[in-house]
Structure formats: structure tokens, C-alpha cells
Design a protein around this ligand. Sequence first.
Ligand code: X6L
Ligand code: MG
Ligand code: MG
Length: 175
Amino acid sequence: MENKAYIALGSNLGDRFGYLVQAILLLGSNEEISVVNTSSVYETDPVGYTDQNQFLNMAIQVETSLGPVELLDTCLEIELKLGRKREMKWGPRTLDLDILLYNHENIETEKLTVPHPRMSERAFVILPLLEMDPNLKLPNMAEPLKKCLLSIPDREGVRIWKQKNGEDVFALIES
Ligand code: X6L
Ligand code: MG
Ligand code: MG
């Protein structure tokens, strides 16, 4: 488990919290992935296409022996298993799994760009990340990520929905 990655989770269809929990359990049940930290769960106003349900968003930290593209394929498999249908760009989804960071690498392939494009403009991505690591830095950025918060207008659209309690990553699921 030599690599460290951060993954963003989002859901705005059906049993939103159930999909987040199932996704974390499925990731953790992969022998090549350990879930080592989870953020609180946030309820967030939709951005991009705004005429849809509110999202639940959160982020997790994993350790993995998978390469970045293998990790992406695993995420896409879990999205499909949990009923993701790609009907409309930016439309409603049961589950979205986005790789935000993979070590401190810049990755550019047809399938995958890491760090996730425009992640530093989205409060629903940054707030859960900063909760796990307040001093996080992105590769190729001089300033710590928390400086980005100052220039983000949509922070008021992001509210804690389930506060994380305690050190155990499974506290999220048990409570
Ligand atoms: C102008 C143009 C401003 C496009 C923003 C932002 C587009 C984000 C797409 C944008 C723009 C996205 C989620 C979401 C989506 C989510 C919340 C996307 C892809 N995913 N809103 N909208 N949470 N709150 O996970 O992120 S669609
Ligand atoms: Mg997304
Ligand atoms: Mg996605």
C-alpha cells in the first residue's frame, strides 16, 4: 500500500448516504485499497447544472498498491455497481467517485487527469479535504489549498450534514 490518494464522493439520487457508505465499504474490501481517513458528510447545493437535488459530498483518503488508472477503473466499476447511469452531463447520479490527488503526482492520460481539474474552485471538494489535512498542498501550487477558500463564492452552499465523530474511519458508518 505504497501510494496515498484522495477520492471525492458525491450522490444526489435515492439513498444518498447509503451509496456513500456502500462505496467506502466496496473500496475498502478491495485487497489493494485501505481506507485510512474519512471526512464529515456535507449537504451541498448543486453546481454546474443547478436544477437537481442537493448532493451529499465527502472525501476519503486511501492507501493503495494500485496505479492511478487501475484505481480509476476500480472507482468506475463501483459507480456502475451502485447504479450510476450517465444520461446527462453534470446530471443527477447515485454515486460519483473522483480521484482528486495521487501522491503528489501530475497525471495526464486520455482517461484521467490528476489533480482533478478545477477541484480548487469547488467548496464541496475543498472543505472535506481540508478537514482531513488542513495544510494540504497541491503539486505545482505554492500556496496551501486553504488559501483557495478565500476566493470561492459558494461556501454558503456547503453545510455539514453528518459530523465526523472520533478517529475510527468506521465511526462514519456505525453512528
Ligand atoms: C460554471 C460552469 C460554473 C460549470 C461551474 C462546476 C460544472 C462543477 C460541473 C461549473 C461546474 C461541476 C457535483 C455538483 C456536479 C457534486 C455538487 C461538477 C460536475 N457534481 N454539485 N455538480 N456536488 N454540489 O458532487 O462538479 S457536476
Ligand atoms: Mg464529480
Ligand atoms: Mg466523476
